[in-house]
Design a protein around this ligand. Structure first.
Ligand code: ZN
Length: 313
């Protein structure tokens, strides 16, 4: 990652915690210590923009000369309150947070998190694939080999082929009813049967969100139930977005959520229409890149860097 003038580097974070010393040492997260170093380095050497500043830059199309940064945190993990918030406070910078609303509102564990923790517990991917195969056969009398898996794109910047295959199968490739059944069976078998408590430990609470918001942190839409927007109808997409905004305004009295981070980086032309109509200031994808004069017009398709790319500054 090379820093250039007239570029804004938006960084995407997920889990930030003392990974090695935690209950889940194999979870793919950023070590709290590395996060501390990153924020110390960035805040001492560059400008870290706030939500208002980025909004103004996008409105006026005036990008600061010196490279600058913007911090985003997806999925609303308790990590963001416990580890991120104090560090941002210490260095007097702010970040934008994009929680999954049904996790906070209903204690639902998002599919993607169930998958992460199954993968954390079972490093031998073949065991998981065998289980999926067995359950598929039990429920539907079909085998994994009968599915047209080769139509899936299994290349990834982060994961090996089997890991991506497990993620795709359990994220959307299998039919919804069987997918839920398999995912829940694996989660109960390998991670925990106490999902209420697990959700409580994993996600931000309402009070934590309010406290963070009262201390200059910003919140935005990551949808209600963390689905791939490009697989939903226009109305379903609209509901996913509206329900998130309603949660912030009605339950938490937070009225300044004007940005979006697309779950899985997934969106289509209809998503863009909805955001335009509802006057969102900007939206983040998971495409890799910086924001500059060449792409600032596309304020609803802003690329980001992953936190791990920062190690190479
Ligand atoms: Zn997400």
């Amino acid at each position: 990652m090379n820093l250039e003038p007239n570029n804004i580097y938006i960084i995407m974070y997920h889990y930030v915690r003392p990974v090695k010393n935690s209950k889940y040492p194999e979870i793919k997260g950023l070590e709290e210590k590395i996060f501390y170093k990153q924020i110390k380095f960035l805040s001492e050497n560059y400008k870290i923009l706030s939500d208002e500043e980025l909004g103004l830059i996008i409105k006026t199309k005036k990008i600061p000369k010196t490279p600058s940064f913007f911090l985003t945190f997806d999925d609303g993990y308790k990590d963001h309150y416990k580890y991120v918030f104090p560090i941002l406070n210490k260095f007097k910078v702010t970040g934008n947070f994009y929680p999954i609303i049904n996790a906070i509102n209903e204690g639902a564990i998002s599919d993607i998190n169930k998958i992460h923790f199954i993968l954390e517990k079972v490093q031998n991917r073949k065991i998981i694939l065998d289980e999926i195969d067995k359950l598929l056969f039990k429920e539907k009398r079909i085998s994994l080999n009968n599915l047209s898996i080769n139509q899936l794109n299994l290349s990834s910047r982060y994961d090996d082929r089997d890991t991506v295959l497990i993620k795709r199968l359990l994220q959307y490739f299998l039919e919804e009813d069987i997918r839920y059944k398999i995912l829940n069976t694996l989660f109960n078998k390998f991670v925990t049967i106490d999902s209420k408590n697990f959700a409580k430990e994993l996600y931000l609470s309402k009070n934590e969100i309010v406290e963070m918001h009262n201390n200059n942190m910003h919140f935005g839409v990551h949808t209600y139930s963390h689905k791939w927007l490009d697989q939903l109808s226009v109305d379903e997409q609209y509901q996913e977005i509206k329900k998130s905004i309603d949660f912030f305004t009605n339950k938490l009295n937070i009225n300044d959520c004007f940005s979006v981070s697309y779950p899985f980086g997934s969106y289509n032309l209809e998503s863009l229409e909805i955001l335009k109509k509802n006057k969102f200031n900007y939206a983040f994808t998971t495409k890799v890149g910086s924001l500059n004069l060449k792409n600032i017009q596309k304020n609803l398709e802003i690329p980001r860097y992953d936190a791990n790319d920062l190690q190479y500054i």
